[in-house]
Design a protein around this ligand. Structure first.
Ligand SMILES: Cc1cc2nc3c(=O)[nH]c(=O)nc-3n(C[C@H](O)[C@H](O)[C@H](O)COP(=O)(O)OP(=O)(O)OC[C@H]3O[C@@H](n4cnc5c(N)ncnc54)[C@H](O)[C@@H]3O)c2cc1C
Length: 375
């Protein structure tokens, strides 16, 4: 077995493993907690299929005649349980009403993040809301292909690399498929996430059963984080949560995310959805602190669907410049100390690791206060 890709050139989408009819590719976790394809050369028949479905090797570019929108679902309950303005729910409802299937990221019983199918509105809640962890796509590509061949309606929502991997895997356009990709800050290490969840379980003496990265109770557009362990709820600002500090501090993103080719408004999906950054300055009257989706409508099919669903939303059209945000122009830069950080994560127990991180935060805080204006 050998790892068949450079770590800076693999998004971990798993499409190569799934397309391999010889069964020569397995996704194996490395010490940073990310999965990479490993190839068994004794089984490999050199057919080259794995390279054709790789969203990173793919060098096609797409120019689109995009429509740029700000969107809020009219159903306030649904918006409250969405990360931003609930555009995903609008599209999910459209497909579920056609007796179709919707794919998104959910927590499983071990709180790992996995792509899951949903068949009715009641189940939809489990795949709503952003989970800032790379999701596992095992089995999803083949199942979607089978469903599309049976003329089933399918909505897929995922990161832009997962969405592109799906289009390459299918290699055919289907009128009953809607692909939605996210504006994406980066995919975080599932290994670090699992270690964090286990650490919380030990700390509270009970398993974590729910985790919300985008809690809206403070009407701050979801910048609150909450989780439940042993029936007790713990709430903090997003920026104070230790896992979110690692994620938004750019320590635990997949290496390839730092050179992501999808940080652009032109995508291969039908819709791109994200948070409407800067809404408070661009449309202050529309900002109620409960979230607005930024939506880019790319394809003719998507424009037809938008015409059918827009009645369920409050929306406004805007200029490209108004929706631009860092992740639509450039990839997230790695933290300068990412390498050292990951070495530490690999060699010391996670509880000690967290103590060190908390210590560094306190030192930073003290320094900032003490050297105010001088650093
Ligand atoms: C890892 C990540 C990074 C993001 N970074 C940015 C950013 O930098 N800027 C920005 O504007 N928006 C970003 N978003 C998107 C944003 O947080 C919202 O998901 C988006 O605005 C859609 O909101 P909604 O209210 O329509 O959907 P919701 O109902 O909240 O649905 C969110 C959708 O994202 C899917 N999803 C959740 N977690 C994952 C995951 N780990 N992998 C794949 N799919 C997932 C869900 O299944 C669902 O389909 C990010 C999302 C994720 C998951």
């Amino acid at each position: 077995m050998r790892t068949c890709v450079k770590k800076t050139e693999c998004s971990g989408c798993g499409a190569c493993a799934e397309i391999c009819h010889a069964g020569a590719i397995q996704m194996i976790r490395d010490k940073e907690g990310f999965s990479y394809p490993q190839i068994d050369e004794k089984i490999c028949i050199d057919c080259g299929q794995c390279e054709l479905v790789c969203p990173i090797k793919d060098k096609n570019q797409k120019g689109c005649d995009n429509l740029y929108l700000g969107v809020k679902i009219k159903d306030e309950t649904s918006r409250y349980t969405s990360s931003s303005g609930g555009m995903f729910s609008v599209l999910a409802q459209y497909v579920l009403e056609k007796k179709g299937v919707v794919y998104g990221a959910a927590y499983n019983e071990r709180m790992e993040v996995v792509h899951t199918d949903v068949w009715d509105m009641r189940q939809l809640e489990k795949i709503k809301k952003s989970k800032y962890v790379q999701s596992n796509m095992e089995g999803v590509y083949c199942t979607i292909e089978e469903q599309l061949r049976r003329k089933q309606w399918v909505l897929f929502c995922g990161t832009p690399c997962q969405a592109r991997a799906l289009t390459l895997f299918l290699n055919e356009s289907y009128s009953t498929l809607i692909i939605v990709d996210l504006v994406c800050y980066g995919a975080a290490s599932p290994g670090v996430w699992n270690a964090y969840i286990r650490y919380l379980g030990r700390r509270h003496g009970n398993k974590v059963t729910q985790f919300c990265f985008r809690d809206k109770r403070n009407r701050n557009n979801g910048r609150t984080c909450s989780y439940v362990a042993g029936g007790t709820e713990y709430v903090s600002e997003l920026g104070h949560n230790i896992y979110c500090k690692m994620y938004f501090g750019n320590y635990i993103l997949r290496p390839v995310c730092h050179s992501c080719r999808f940080c652009t408004v032109d995508r291969f999906s039908d819709f791109t959805i994200g948070d409407f950054w800067n809404i408070e300055n661009i449309r202050p009257e529309a900002d109620d602190g409960l979230g607005t989706s930024m939506v880019i409508v790319h394809t003719e099919k998507a424009k037809v669907i938008w015409e059918r669903v827009k009645e369920q939303t409050f929306w406004f059209e805007c200029r490209k410049e108004e929706i631009l945000q860092p992740r639509l122009t450039n990839p997230t830069c790695a933290a300068r100390a990412r390498k050292q950080f990951m070495i530490l994560y690999k060699i010391i127990p996670f509880s000690l690791f967290v103590k060190i991180l908390n210590g560094i935060s306190v030192i930073e805080k003290v320094c900032r206060r003490f050297f105010k204006g001088r650093i």
